[in-house]
Design a protein around this ligand. Sequence first.
Ligand SMILES: O=P(O)(O)OC[C@H]1O[C@H](OP(=O)(O)OP(=O)(O)O)[C@H](O)[C@@H]1O
Ligand SMILES: O=c1cc[nH]c(=O)[nH]1
Ligand SMILES: [Mg+2]
Length: 212
Amino acid sequence: MRVQVVDHPLVAHKVTVLRDKNTSSPVFRQLTDELVTLLAYEATREVRTVPIQVETPVAITTGTAFAKPTPLVVPILRAGLGMLEGMTRLVPTAEVGFLGMARNEETLDIITYAERLPDDLTGRQVFVIDPMLATGGTLVESIKYILDRGADSVTCICLIAAPEGVARLQEFHGDDDRVHLVVAALDEGLNELSYIVPGLGDAGDRLYGLAE
Ligand SMILES: O=P(O)(O)OC[C@H]1O[C@H](OP(=O)(O)OP(=O)(O)O)[C@H](O)[C@@H]1O
Ligand SMILES: O=c1cc[nH]c(=O)[nH]1
Ligand SMILES: [Mg+2]
């Protein structure tokens, strides 16, 4: 598994505003959208391409197109939805599958309440988007799900990760070079409620309001 923390002043600045508890939902959504495009730039470096011919007003030249099968983007509902538009804007030919997962805030067990993915992911490059990697329970489960269906690779794009979550991914997928993780910030750790510290609070709530 390869882990990349994107070290860039634009990313650091946007994450700082995102963390601010006084940042409103509309601004939070806008920054999430902007951040995913910056992270996706790194995360899609190994997306498969094929050469194509293109005719400019001046000459015919060789360009680049995404290879088939096209990349599959999988937002983890709810909070991952906030990253979807930024991702599909960059990779417009991508297909989109959905995983609805929520962690029980007391037991931290993961409940999968929705799943809409192709049964066969053979040969697919999959991009999982979810802003928060806390204990890692959600991502470990998602990655397992996707690899079990035959995907070639799973690249997870997260805004904020806790070292505990990264360690959990290492434990389950550390030796697997099909798995990549790209994050904007690696934080200090988890608090007693398994929230990321300093983090930004509950990403789903800040994007979409209270879950109750
Ligand atoms: O690493 P973990 O400990 O599993 O926690 C991370 C998960 O928690 C958040 O989702 P949440 O369960 O709050 O659902 P929501 O997006 O509907 O708010 C977040 O978006 C991740 O999916
Ligand atoms: O800090 C955290 C941990 C899990 N999920 C969130 O949205 N925030
Ligand atoms: Mg939540």
